[in-house]
Design a protein. Structure first.
Length: 157
């Protein structure tokens, strides 16, 4: 397994990978991934196994608070799950965050995504206390706007 920064050459493969993430992840446009590959590749690692993409993290350092890195999309191909791909990709983002002196990684998840909850709590994230609890997961109502309640997770870099 090789971890490499997202490149323009891989965009088609990454879009296909994101298509396997339903219902929690849907592919963004080619132009979005061009932007990530061209301006944010240091925090957008992809895992490559035999020239196919096994997983990816799309993350960004905040310009509003440069101590923060937000993980926008995290996905492992169904054929590669539970083999430590996300763990490995996350280490890459953490290492970059440490180099930059960042202090926090954070992300949001659909409150119904039990697998994501298990993943984030195992990988050192705290489920930030919200205003209600669903299936044992703390949720912030309308975190991303009306009707967009989310579980929020954070970890020190
Ligand atoms: C969530 C997801 C990214 C995890 O990726 P992964 O590469 O399989 O995760 P890892 O193998 O690195 O797992 C790390 C730890 O998370 C936990 N974990 C991961 N998947 C789990 C599952 N299905 N059930 C219970 N625990 C799980 C385990 O503790 C695991 O460590 P272990 O295997 O040593 O016990 C993957 O399931 C996925 O792509 N899901 C669809 C898209 C999605 O929901 N993304 C997250 C949006 S917030």
């Amino acid at each position: 397994m090789i971890i490499e920064p997202l490149s323009v050459d891989r965009i088609g493969q990454v879009i296909d990978l994101m298509g396997t993430g339903a219902p929690y992840i849907t592919p963004r446009t080619y132009s979005d991934y061009w932007l990530y590959a061209t301006l944010f590749s240091a925090t957008c690692p992809v895992a490559v196994a035999e020239n196919t993409i096994a997983g990816a993290i799309i993350a960004f350092r905040s310009q509003d608070d440069p101590a923060d890195i937000y993980l926008q999309d995290v996905i492992t191909h169904p054929g590669h799950r539970r083999r430590g791909v996300t763990r490995l990709l996350l280490e890459t983002v953490r290492a970059q965050g440490k180099k930059w002196g960042c202090r926090r990684l954070f992300l949001t998840s659909d409150p119904g995504n039990i697998t994501a909850h298990a993943t984030w709590t195992t990988l050192g994230f705290t489920n930030v206390p919200g205003d209600h609890v669903m299936n044992g997961i703390s949720v912030v109502t309308d975190y991303k706007g009306p009707g967009r309640s989310r579980a929020v997770y954070e970890s020190p870099v």
